[in-house]
Design a binder for this molecule. Structure first.
Ligand SMILES: [Zn+2]
Length: 209
C-alpha cells in the first residue's frame, strides 16, 4: 500500500541529503522516480535538488497552481513511476498536497515529501499545514541546537548578523542565514524571553573571528 510521507525538520537537518539517498536507492534497483522542487528555490540551480554535503540531482519544478496529479499521471502513463519525491514541500499549496494524496490513493505510488515545519516566526508553512493534516506517515528529521537539545525552530539572520523578528515568510536570493535552535533558545533570540546565557549570536560571532 502506497503512502503519503512527510519528513519534516528545521533548516540544515539534512532533508535534501535524505531525499537524494532514498531516490538513489530506488534508481539503483532499476526503478523510476520523479523528483520535484519549488520553482523559486534556485540555490542549486534551476530544477536541481542540492544538499549541503555536495550531492545534487535534476528535478522538475512546481509552482503555485500547478496540477501535480496531472503531471505525475501523464508521466506514469508512459513510464511506470515507482516513487515521487518532493523537496521544499513546505511551499506546496493545500490543493497540491491533496493532488499528491490522490497520486497515492488513485495511482498507488508512494510520495515522499521533505520540508520545513515552521518558518522563522514559528508559524506553519501552507504545505506543512496540509501535510501535517493529511499525510499517512509523519517522520521527524532531527538536528540539534547549539545547546545539544533537539532543534525544532529556526531563526533568520540578516546580512548584519542580527536575528530578524519580523518580515516575509520567504526571502529569495538574499544574504540571510538560517540557524536551527531549540524552542527555549528560539524564544530568547526572538526577544520573547530574557536571554539566560551568553552564547547568543554575539558570542558565536566573536568565537568565529
Ligand atoms: Zn538550545
Amino acid at each position: 500500500m502506497a503512502k503519503l510521507y512527510f519528513h519534516y525538520a528545521t533548516m540544515n537537518a539534512g532533508k535534501s541529503t535524505m531525499l537524494l539517498q532514498a531516490s538513489y536507492n530506488y534508481r539503483e534497483r532499476g526503478m523510476t522516480t520523479m523528483e520535484f522542487i519549488a520553482a523559486f528555490d534556485d540555490r542549486a540551480g534551476r530544477g536541481r535538488i542540492g544538499s549541503r554535503i555536495g550531492l545534487a540531482a535534476e528535478a522538475e519544478t512546481f509552482r503555485h497552481g500547478d496540477d501535480l496529479f496531472a503531471r505525475i499521471a501523464e508521466h506514469h502513463d508512459h513510464t511506470s513511476v515507482h516513487c515521487v519525491f518532493v523537496d521544499e514541500a513546505q511551499f506546496l499549496d493545500e490543493e497540491q498536497v491533496w493532488q499528491l494524496a490522490r497520486v497515492v490513493d488513485r495511482l498507488d505510488i508512494p510520495v515522499m515529501c521533505y520540508g520545513l515545519r515552521v518558518d522563522f516566526q514559528g508559524k506553519l508553512f501552507p504545505g506543512s499545514h496540509a501535510l501535517l493534516a493529511i499525510a499517512d506517515e509523519l517522520r521527524e528529521v532531527r538536528t540539534i541546537c547549539r545547546c545539544g537539545r533537539k532543534a525544532t525552530m529556526v531563526v533568520r539572520l540578516g546580512p548584519d548578523g542580527k536575528v530578524a523578528r519580523q518580515g516575509d515568510q520567504v526571502v529569495i536570493g538574499g544574504d540571510d542565514k538560517y540557524v536551527s535552535l531549540c524552542r527555549r533558545h528560539w524564544e530568547e533570540e526572538m526577544g520573547r524571553w530574557p536571554a539566560e546565557d551568553l552564547i547568543g549570536f554575539a558570542g558565536e560571532r566573536s568565537r568565529a573571528r
